[in-house]
Design a protein around this ligand. Structure first.
Ligand code: GAP
Length: 464
């Protein structure tokens, strides 16, 4: 395995240099744990999102789509237990002011403090302090504060004449997208009449005041989630859980993630809403091992019961056939879109030696590649080649994300496309003017073959 720091540096550098991901607000000195996505980054992210949507909504009879607002009635987050309960334990270094997750510090000593009470965390930290083992991850100082709970909720105000965030005017930026799904459950049942079990899926922004902000786009304060909430009768939980376990695992395999880079992790300590939770973990070369990418949680009837209680509106389901009324239970699949961008970059990043030089290539699954085809005229200063190549480019871009490139020599153009993961490069040369064929070069094998221009659409339809 490549050295961790080395690999993350390479990914961060490639992502910035080639316009995938930029640190936010760089001209103002940066803004911790927030990132912007450039041209290739947004194309990759959109392709991952569409691949998720295809398998979660388009190919299913039992899942409906939703796009709910980021802002919701503030009571939403009191009912859900996030206000007052969605905290991480934080320790500060008195010397260099680095902020650390106390549970992560303990994890390094094989002490599991995930969701543990603050008293337990401080007791374990004190033991390590006494033994002189507890050190700042940044400067190595042993002068650390005790742990205190730190709310992950990001606050704002809306429609208020004052800037003060008092209890009366505070609104929260949603910490998970599923809140909107629970609030729209009733409208969806009343308008579309889905039969249980059914799911509601949505993709959108979520916000958390994360303490740790040193893992590139793995953990950020503004991020996107792709969540699906599956509403069911409690008797359907086991079967549905099994079905979604399999479906989600297979999704990763379908998009080129090798099975030996994936692992299930069962949670012993659960979030306040969950009765059962598994994560899918991916073995990140850039982060030095297996880390969570997706959670699959059995949430029981917690969410709908709480919202029914706090809103005073009945949120049960009437099963006409059985003449039974009950609050549906929920199981969810929840994955971070930005985290998947990092996963697919990490998995695709390849260095190969070709003719004594290092070739850097992103070997994405072709369906996820930001640009599918690049078209080059062999020479920039021959108008007849440029014109033919541009005509081909304009025809192909109707169906695929295509780039035209006439700068530098062909070798350099190939390297540029390899670095952004473009599966096919087409060169229009002098033979093309005679026989209407072009050279098509494959990203992974670097093999080149001649294909007739009027057969290109069929070729790409079959291969992309
Ligand atoms: N609705 C359930 C929920 O939000 P979670 O385990 O807190 O559960 C689900 O989050 C997924 O969202 C994670 O597996 C991860 O992929 C993504 N995620 C969570 N916090 C994130 C953050 N700060 N930055 C990027 N992705 C995050």
């Amino acid at each position: 395995m490549e050295k961790k720091d080395h690999m993350i540096d390479k990914l961060v550098s490639l992502a910035k240099r080639r316009g995938f991901v930029f640190p936010s607000s760089e001209i103002y000195g940066g803004f911790a744990a927030i990132y912007d996505y450039g041209h290739y980054g947004i194309l990759l992210k959109n392709n991952i999102q569409q691949a998720w949507w295809k398998h979660m909504v388009q190919l299913r009879d039992d899942v409906l789509g939703l796009d709910s607002a980021i802002f919701m009635h503030p009571k939403t987050w009191v009912a859900s237990g996030h206000v007052g309960g969605f905290d991480d334990p934080q320790v500060d270094c008195r010397k260099c002011k680095t902020r650390m997750r106390a549970d992560h510090l303990l994890e390094a000593f094989d002490i599991n403090a995930d969701k543990a009470p603050i008293e337990y965390i401080n007791q374990e930290l004190d033991k390590l302090k006494t033994e002189g083992k507890l050190k700042c991850v940044n400067c190595g100082s042993t002068d650390l504060t005790p742990a205190k709970q730190f709310s992950l909720m990001v606050k704002s105000n809306i429609g208020s004449p004052t800037d003060a965030l008092t209890e009366e005017n505070v609104v929260y930026l949603r910490p998970e997208t599923c809140g909107g799904i629970y609030l729209e459950y009733k409208n969806i049942v009343d308008s579309l009449h889905p039969k249980l079990p059914f799911g509601i899926a949505q993709v959108g922004k979520a916000f958390r005041n994360e303490i740790i902000a040193r893992q590139f786009i793995f953990r950020t304060r503004e991020f996107e989630q792709m969540e699906m909430q599956y509403f069911l009768h409690p008797s359907q939980m086991e079967e549905s859980y099994e079905m979604w376990h399999q479906a989600r695992w297979n999704w990763y395999l379908k998009y080129g993630i090798p099975e030996d880079k994936l692992m299930w992790h069962k949670h012993d300590k659960l979030a306040h809403y969950a009765s059962q939770a598994y994560d899918i973990e991916f073995n990140f070369r850039s982060l030095g091992g297996f880390k969570e990418v997706e959670g699959i949680h059995a949430r029981g009837d917690w969410d709908l019961s709480q919202h029914a209680k706090y809103s005073g509106v009945t949120l049960d389901y009437y099963d006409q056939e059985k003449n039974e009324r009950f609050i549906p239970h929920i199981m969810e699949t929840s994955v971070g879109l930005n985290r998947l961008v990092l996963m697919f970059l990490d998995n695709a990043y390849t260095e190969e030696e070709v003719d004594g030089e290092v070739r850097t290539v992103l070997k994405f699954d072709k369906r996820l590649a930001p640009i599918k085809i690049a078209v080059f005229p062999l020479l920039k200063n021959r108008p007849e080649l440029v014109e033919k190549a541009r005509g081909l480019y304009e025809a192909l871009r109707e169906d695929w994300m295509t780039e035209f490139d006439d700068s530098g020599n062909i070798g350099k153009r190939y390297r540029r496309q390899d670095e952004i993961g473009t599966p096919y490069c087409i060169t229009v040369d002098f033979d093309s003017l005679e026989d209407d064929t072009v050279t098509v070069r494959d990203r992974d094998t670097m093999e080149q073959k001649r294909i007739k221009i009027d057969e290109l659409k069929t070729f790409f339809t079959e291969n992309l």
